[in-house]
Design a protein around this ligand. Structure first.
Ligand code: HEC
Length: 479
């Protein structure tokens, strides 16, 4: 009863504000959506949710945890993730449920009335115009704590708010001047959070963005791969992707303020793994195909190799590395050996391979926790995350069922929050048949990639965000 009353009231309010129809006998004159110039959430949008949705998505035991009874609740999303992404109606789940759901428009498959096509299009228009509230505010406009995630096959950067853990924006690269297949690969954020940088494998560029998702500058760099941000100097280092055949034998050094590039010729091929130490003194990188580690002493010449260290033993595929918070140890992932190599770099002129830790199959992107006690690494072929104790140098456990069904399906990139409370892992979920099945069949979303959120207190999966195709590199910024 309350619901009907509310509906009548909002319908009345709506019609009085947009001008009453001449036919005074009609109690609820149909709204002419094409005549609405400025959308007002309370007047035009909420009444649709009240009519079709809040019987199940109301305050009392809302279906999927999604409450559609106010703008604030709507933008909070469901227990799984966001319902809408401002400006991106095509990837907003709420609209996809009405237009792409395999069993027909939702909640029609539950035998309930559904918005007609004009009402649905109107909801799409509202989302496309920024899903604003009555004060014209865009959801999460000022959200500071963000995760930036590349979707390599979709050409989209997904921005996730790490407080609420929902997607708050999509940056569609082809809509801002890049190609149809730009292949965003890796991302880093400026230490103060003002700017972020993304490497585009397809377009052969490194692009600089501001916090409002606007392009500020770019440099050409063929087969751009992993990125490493210098913690104090105005420098950004860029390696080459492993996904293209003949890549230049160089490492890129970009001056961030001017976005100008200097290239370093290398005595070995395929620089891939790349890390800057915390003190800002050394940049360390290695070759994907040769067992060699090199350093650049940024106090000497930021574009010249200082030390070259040959790693003894069999041939390895060194994918990525990370350095301990005290800058003494490097953990380097060796894909072929299913190991993390432990390298002592406390004296950068005397680099030593000291140990190795067995992990899962195809370990890729290791990261130290901020206290240095643990290293997390995604095992791309085992569909798990290894947790390594750095004092005993042993794998403590593997997180995940191992069959991909829990969202850990071909884990790729990994970051840890500055507080150390969460690990975020991107998952490709690209193989056919897919390992992870998205919660709704929306026609073409079987291969949706995921971001798995792991709580480091329990080492368990807290949330699985379904994003776009082939998520790869990611970066976090938290105040
Ligand atoms: C008859 C009850 C019912 C009605 C009415 C209903 N829903 Fe749902 N909705 C559900 C249930 C149950 C789910 C959980 C998943 C499922 O079973 O499809 C759901 C799931 C969803 C989801 C996905 C949440 C997620 O993160 O997985 C969205 C979005 C959604 N509904 C939007 C709407 C919208 C918009 C309306 C109104 C146009 C609406 N629903 C009306 C029952 C309903």
């Amino acid at each position: 009863m309350k619901f009907i009353l509310l509906f009548l009231m909002t319908a009345f309010l709506g019609s009085s504000l947009i001008g009453c129809k001449k036919d005074a006998t009609s109690i609820t004159p149909p709204i002419d959506y094409s005549q609405i110039k400025d959308i007002n959430y309370s007047v035009h949008v909420q009444p649709l949710f009240n009519r079709y949705c809040t019987s199940c998505h109301g305050a009392q035991s809302p279906a999927a945890g999604l409450q559609l009874d106010s703008w604030d609740n709507l933008i909070r999303g469901s227990q799984y993730g966001e319902a809408i992404i401002p400006f991106d109606e095509s990837n907003s789940l709420l609209l996809e449920m009405l237009t792409k759901n395999s069993n027909g428009p939702h909640p029609g498959e539950k035998g309930r009335p559904v918005p007609d096509s004009i009402e649905t299009q109107f909801l799409g228009r509202w989302i496309g115009e920024g899903a604003r509230n009555d004060d014209s505010q865009i959801p999460y406009k000022n959200a500071v704590n963000r995760l930036y995630v590349c979707n390599q096959d979709a050409g989209i950067i997904s921005i996730i708010n790490t407080d609420t853990k929902v997607v708050i924006r999509s940056v569609k690269l082809n809509e801002i001047g890049y190609s149809a297949n730009p292949k965003p690969h890796d991302i880093v954020v400026e230490p103060g959070g003002e700017f972020w940088y993304v490497s585009l494998i397809g377009d052969g560029k490194v692009v600089k963005f501001n916090q409002d998702y606007e392009v500020i500058g770019e440099v050409d760099f063929p087969a751009a791969g992993l990125l490493a941000m210098h913690p104090t100097k105005d420098l950004l280092y860029v390696g080459h992707t492993l996904s293209l055949p003949n890549v230049p034998q160089t490492l890129g050094v970009i001056q961030r303020s001017s976005m100008t590039l200097q290239e370093i010729s290398l005595p070995f091929s395929r620089p891939h793994a790349l890390v800057a130490d915390h003190s800002g003194k050394n940049i360390i990188f290695s070759s994907l195909v040769q067992s060699v580690l090199a350093t650049i002493d940024t106090d000497m010449n930021p574009a010249e190799i200082a030390e070259l260290f040959i790693i003894s033993g069999p041939s390895r595929t060194l994918v990525q590395m990370n350095i301990s918070p005290n800058d003494r140890e490097i953990y380097l992932s060796s894909q072929l050996e299913e190991q993390l190599l432990v390298v002592d770099i406390s004296d950068p002129t005397q680099i030593n391979l000291t140990d190795s830790v067995r992990v899962g199959q195809h370990p890729w992107h290791p990261k130290f926790t901020p206290d240095g006690s643990r290293v997390y690494v995604g095992n791309n072929l085992s569909h798990t995350i290894s947790v390594v104790n750095t004092s005993s140098r042993e794998e403590k456990m593997q997180i995940g069922s191992g069959d991909g069904s829990d969202g850990l399906a071909e884990p790729h990139g990994l970051v840890i929050s500055p507080e150390g409370d969460y690990v975020y892992v991107t998952n490709r979920n690209k193989n056919v048949p897919t390992e992870y099945t998205p919660r709704h069949d929306l026609g073409s979303n079987a291969n949706s990639g995921t971001v798995v959120v792991i709580n480091t207190l329990t080492n368990s999966i807290e949330k699985v965000l379904e994003i776009e195709k082939f998520p790869s590199g990611l970066a976090i910024y938290e105040e």
